[in-house]
Design a binder for this molecule. Structure first.
Ligand code: HEM
Length: 192
């Protein structure tokens, strides 16, 4: 029988698994200024990369194969909004639901682009990998303290993996199993 999934609990479990704690979230927040100062160029490079490959490019072209600049600009703004929101990533009740919804937008094409099918999951994985490298590179270049830059990049990597897990849950049909006694339980803000 279908079960209601405890998304915040799942996210907390994976956060514990990869070792992302409050200190890690504060490290990410400490990179706000440098990430935002270079956010536009980072998101632009993600889209340049999409346009390099026919299988990702086709999501941004018109029926003649030309890039639809309006659509591209809108998508860049969406990605920038997401990046800004990621700096304030929280292990709360809302975040995983918003990320899940974002995954579903990519896996289940709305009517106006139903002919294109899902954004292939491999490009979701590839995009997160691309962003992880771009953020690490940025922090290494722009932060004065290399040790801090390294630790902040590791925290970003972990946080982006948590998001990827939930985004891909919008793609995958798993057979859920019974909760295990002593298993993950959400204890953060909003928990009973
Ligand atoms: C994993 C990293 C990605 C993130 C964080 C991301 C982020 C977003 C966001 C925030 C939106 C707006 C969602 C909304 O309106 O509710 C969006 C929409 C969209 N993204 Fe992505 N995206 C990612 C990967 C990709 C890839 C790899 C492609 C294609 C190659 C893609 C193509 C699109 C398209 C076509 C839409 C518009 C959906 C629609 O028709 O409404 N995205 N993305």
């Amino acid at each position: 029988m279908a079960q209601v999934i405890d998304w915040p609990g799942r996210m907390q479990e994976l956060a514990d698994f990869v070792g992302l704690d409050q200190d890690g979230l504060e490290l990410i927040q400490a990179t706000r200024e440098v990430v935002l100062a270079h956010g536009e160029e980072l998101t632009a490079s993600v889209y340049d990369n999409f346009l390099e490959f026919p299988e990702s490019r086709r999501f941004f072209t018109d029926e003649h194969g030309d890039v639809n600049e309006d659509r591209l600009t809108r998508r860049k703004h969406s990605l920038m909004r997401w990046l800004r929101g990621s700096i304030d990533f929280q292990m709360d009740e809302d975040y995983p639901i918003r990320v899940l919804a974002m995954g579903i937008v990519h896996s289940h094409p709305p009517l106006h682009r139903s002919h294109l099918g899902s954004v292939p999951a491999r490009f979701m994985i590839g995009t997160i990998s691309y962003i992880q490298s771009a953020v690490a590179d940025l922090l290494r270049r722009e932060m004065d303290d290399p040790d801090l830059a390294m630790r902040a990049a590791a925290a970003w990597n972990k946080m982006l993996m948590l998001q990827l897990d939930i985004m891909l849950a919008g793609y995958v049909n798993e057979v859920p199993n019974e909760p295990v006694a002593g298993g993950p339980q959400y204890t953060g803000p909003g928990a009973e």
